[in-house]
Design a protein around this ligand. Structure first.
Ligand code: AHR
Length: 327
C-alpha cells in the first residue's frame, strides 16, 4: 500500500535540489570519520501517539543497525525542551543533529548556533518555517497538505448527493505544528468544492487519545448537528470513538470518522467499522535518515526535500492490510 520514495530516486517529488547540501560537508563528519565513529543527536517531539512510538522505535533500530551512536531525547511536546536538547548536542560537539520540530516557528536562533558550530542539521517528519534554508541540510517527511486533501476528497465522494448538510467536527493536532496547520489546510481546500460540507467546530486535541476524547465529548454536546469527525491523527480518532460511544451513538455510522496515520490501533478500528477512512502517514523514517547521514558524511549532496509517499485505507483495505502491518 505504501511505497517510500528512495533517497536516491530522482524526480518530481524532490522539490529543490542541492540548495542546502553542498559537495563538502559542513560538519565535523566531513567524510573523515567512519560511520561507527559518528555521534548523532536526535531531539524527538515526545511520546504523544502510536505514530510517535513507532517513529522512535524505527529510528533507534536504524541507528543500532548502522552502528551509529545515537543520543536521543524526548521533549514531551515542549519546544523549550527541544531547544535545550539541541543546545546540549551542540555543546557535546555531536557530528549531526536531527529533530522533528514540535511547532513550526521559533527555530532560527538555535539553528544558527548549530550552523556556527558547523554541525549539520536534518529535519525529520515536521518542517520549520525558517526563511534561511541553509540552516538545515534537508527535510525528510510526509506531505501533510496532501494528507488533509485526501481526507477531504474522501468526504466529498462520501457526501455526494447528500440531502442533509454534512457538519464536521475537526480535532486538530498540536497547535502551531506543521501537521496540524497543513492537514487543516488540505482538508479545507478539498471540501470547498461542496458547499453542503461545513466544519462547524475545530479544536486541538494535541495529537493524544485523551485530548481527542475530551474535545470530542465537549464538541459533540455543543454541536449535536455534527455527523462527521475529522481527526488529525488516529489517536484522537480513537479517543473520539470512546466519546461517541459514551454519548450512546455508533461510531462509523451515526458519526463518521476520518483520521490520519494508519497505526495498528487505528487500522483495527477501521477494520471493525468504527473509523470510516484513514490517510496513511508513515513513521518509518529511520532508514532514510541513515542514508542521509551516510551521504552527508561522505561529502555528497542530498535533496533539500525528501517526501514520503503515502496511501489511504478504506475499511475493506484495512482488513486486508492488518495481518502484515509493521506498526
Ligand atoms: O508529525 C506527525 C504526527 O505527529 C502524527 O500524525 C501524529 O500521530 C504525531 O503525533
Amino acid at each position: 500500500m505504501k511505497k517510500t520514495i528512495g533517497l536516491f530516486a530522482a524526480g518530481a517529488l524532490v522539490l529543490a535540489l542541492s540548495a542546502c547540501g553542498g559537495a563538502a560537508p559542513a560538519g565535523t563528519g566531513g567524510g573523515a570519520k567512519s560511520l561507527d565513529q559518528l555521534v548523532v543527536g536526535f531531539a524527538q517531539v515526545g511520546a504523544e501517539s502510536g505514530w510517535r512510538t513507532a517513529n522512535t522505535k524505527d529510528i533507534q533500530a536504524a541507528f543500532a543497525d548502522a552502528k551509529i551512536k545515537l543520543q536521543f531525547s524526548d521533549a514531551q511536546q515542549k519546544q523549550e525542551n527541544q531547544i535545550k536538547a539541541i543546545r546540549s548536542y551542540i555543546q557535546q560537539k555531536v557530528d549531526y543533529i536531527a529533530f522533528s520540530p514540535v511547532v513550526q516557528t521559533g527555530w532560527d536562533a538555535v539553528l544558527n548556533e548549530a550552523k556556527a558550530a558547523n554541525i549539520p542539521v536534518v529535519l525529520t517528519d515536521r518542517a520549520v518555517d525558517s526563511k534561511d534554508t541553509s540552516l538545515y541540510k534537508t527535510f525528510l517527511g510526509s506531505d501533510f497538505v496532501l494528507e488533509g486533501k485526501k481526507a477531504g476528497e474522501w468526504l466529498l465522494a462520501d457526501a455526494k448527493g447528500a440531502s442533509a448538510p454534512v457538519n464536521v467536527i475537526q480535532l486538530e493536532g498540536t497547535t502551531g505544528s506543521a501537521p496540524a496547520i497543513d492537514r487543516a489546510t488540505g482538508f479545507a481546500d478539498a471540501i470547498k468544492a461542496d458547499t453542503n460540507i461545513k466544519v462547524v467546530a475545530s479544536q486541538t486535541g494535541d495529537f493524544t487519545r485523551a485530548g481527542g476524547k475530551q474535545v470530542a465529548e465537549a464538541l459533540l454536546k455543543s454541536h449535536p448537528e455534527a455527523t462527521v469527525i475529522y481527526a488529525h491523527n488516529d489517536d484522537m480518532g480513537l479517543g473520539a470513538i470512546e466519546a461517541i460511544e459514551a454519548a450512546g451513538k455508533v461510531p462509523g455510522k451515526d458519526i463518521k470518522i476520518i483520521t490520519v496515520d494508519a497505526v495498528h490501533d487505528g487500522m483495527q478500528a477501521l477494520a471493525d467499522g468504527k473509523i470510516n477512512f484513514i490517510v496513511e502517514c508513515s513513521p518509518l523514517l529511520g532508514k532514510q535518515l541513515i542514508e542521509i547521514i551516510t551521504k552527508l558524511n561522505a561529502g555528497e549532496t542530498v535533496p533539500a526535500r525528501i517526501v514520503t509517499e503515502e496511501g489511504t485505507f478504506t475499511q475493506e483495505q484495512a482488513k486486508a492490510a492488518l495481518p502484515n502491518r509493521k506498526y
